[in-house]
Design a protein around this ligand. Structure first.
Ligand code: G3P
Length: 499
């Protein structure tokens, strides 16, 4: 890592700096936050514990540079994104390795997270260069004539605060930054406290790609110190956040009337009907529930099987889950550490609660360090916490149902509404159930997931606010500007119907 000379300004030994106005700085507070590998407990580095004073400087730097970036030709803004994407591909491996170390993501997935972000940057550059406005003639509304013409084009919102989560710290911050920049906004990125190092590389990448100083800034620090200060600050014009529903709700209160884009928690249910292809269903459920040890907002978090296939499906899923590799993310084991021991305690609490209320343990319920063995719970009932709470860990409950109506009722009772799944060969029935589910997206015969990244991605209820996805994010991060032309009587031509 240290051999790549472009990375040297961002750190001093193990001490990573924050990025303001094109420069890498240390906080005036002298505070640093230690980042540990959740698998080995080894110290990875320190990030700056920035103060409110640092935050003020970062905000001013971003605010002062909105104009310069908005007035940079779109073609150049687009080219910055493309050059940034090229660099992500070039450095995907070393950056992916740091990502693997700091959040315990399997190495291959960590590297593909960097590559996927490059793809998002390319696609956002393409979509951004297609931004167009519209012209509306007044005579389409009662009482008005062609003498009134509105011309609409899109303008940036100003300074956008982008706050990413620990589970995709590079990709989910990158997917906010690219649309914000292409739309002409300046950006302040606040990485999560766990997973804070990897997104810092976006500073090096964007600088090398040609972003002007101050247009892209990064602040690291404790949420308790600068979180509310940043979100409530009057010079922040919009916030795009991914994280827990609890934090999202708090952020929305502090942010007041700022536009928000919130990607929050989920409790995605897989409804499995009697005629489902059980091979396909098993594979989708296992991949969906256990990738990155279940630490995904879109993970499959409940299975609702119909009676005729329930026994067989539970057996098949259990068999597959028991064959998952467990251990070191550097060796690409499927199941690795959870992000911290507090998360493990929480997941264990959900398992214990279910077992104490009569759930059947099919496999798992074992812990070593921060590794939780993948756990399948059968005969889960709706009085158990695991039926409703989001574990963000490798535990999957089966809640047996008697009818599609019951499945819809249990799905919709959740406080969350991210995605839902229906596994069946009856496409008509699948469509009818899909219409009843109160979620952002329904997957038919596939696991819940965000991608491909140009699809709209959204949640209802506690799962979020607004719609992400390449063109949807660009729209959310810009607004229409309307100029109305009022033509006078002068020079008017007379047109009469001669019929
Ligand atoms: O957990 C965040 C969510 O965006 C997950 O994305 O691609 O794993 O479905 P993905």
């Amino acid at each position: 890592m240290n051999e790549i000379k472009e990375f040297s300004p961002m750190k001093d030994g193990l001490n990573y700096k924050y990025y303001i106005n094109g420069k890498w700085n240390v906080s005036e507070s002298g505070d640093v936050i230690a980042i540990y590998n959740p698998y080995s407990n080894e110290l990875i580095g320190y990030v700056q514990g920035c103060s409110k004073k640092d935050a003020d400087e970062v905000i001013n730097s971003a605010k002062e540079n909105v104009d310069c970036w908005e007035n940079t030709p779109l073609e150049e803004r687009v080219n910055v994104l493309r050059r940034a994407a090229d660099l992500m591909l070039k450095w995907a491996e070393p950056i992916g390795r740091i990502l693997m170390q700091e959040i315990g993501k399997p190495l291959k997935s960590a590297i593909s997270e960097i590559r996927r972000t490059a793809d998002i940057f390319y696609a956002t550059a393409d979509a951004g260069s297609q931004i167009v406005g519209e012209t509306i003639m007044g005579d389409s509304f009662k009482g008005f004539t062609k003498d009134k013409i509105s011309m609409t084009y899109r303008v940036p919102l100003g300074v956008i605060l982008c706050i990413g989560p620990f589970n995709y710290p590079f990709n989910l911050t990158g997917s906010k930054i690219a649309p914000a920049l292409v739309a002409g906004n300046s950006v302040i990125m606040k990485p999560p406290s766990e997973g804070a190092i990897t997104p810092l590389y976006l500073g090096v990448i964007l600088e090398k790609a040609g972003i002007p100083p101050g247009v892209f800034n990064i602040i690291t620090g404790r949420g308790s110190e600068i979180g509310d200060y940043l979100t409530g600050h009057p010079k922040i014009d919009m916030i795009s956040f991914t994280g827990s529903s609890e934090t999202g709700r708090h952020l929305a209160k502090v942010a007041g009337m700022k536009p928000l884009l919130l990607e929050l928690g989920g409790k995605d249910a897989a409804i499995v009907l009697d005629d489902a292809d059980l091979e396909l269903t098993t594979k989708a459920i296992v991949k969906g529930a256990f990738s990155f040890s279940g630490q995904r907002c879109t993970a499959v978090k409940r299975v609702l099987p119909m009676p005729r296939i329930a026994d067989l499906l539970v057996e098949k899923v259990t068999k597959e889950v028991m064959s998952l590799s467990i251990g070191d993310p550097a060796e690409n084991k499927v199941i690795g550490p959870l992000i911290n021991s507090k998360r493990c305690d929480f997941v264990q609490g959900l398992i214990d609660d279910a077992l104490s209320k009569g759930a059947t343990l099919k496999c798992g319920n074992r812990r070593e360090g921060n590794i939780m063995w993948p756990t399948i719970l059968d005969n889960v009932t709706i009085d158990m916490r695991i039926a409703w709470e989001e574990p963000f860990g490798p535990v999957l409950p089966f809640i047996r149902i008697r009818s599609a109506e019951e499945a819809i009722e249990i799905s919709n009772k959740s406080e969350y509404g991210l995605q839902g799944m229906i596994f069946t060969n009856n496409i008509d029935l699948a469509f009818n159930i899909a219409q009843e589910l109160e979620v952002g997206t329904v997957q038919i015969n596939g696991q819940s997931e965000r991608g491909p990244d140009h699809f709209p991605f959204l949640g209802t209820k506690s799962s979020g606010l607004g719609t992400q996805g390449i063109k949807y994010s660009i729209e959310a991060m810009s607004r229409p500007k309307v100029v109305v032309m009022n033509l006078s009587e002068k020079g008017k031509l007379i047109h009469e119907c001669r019929g």
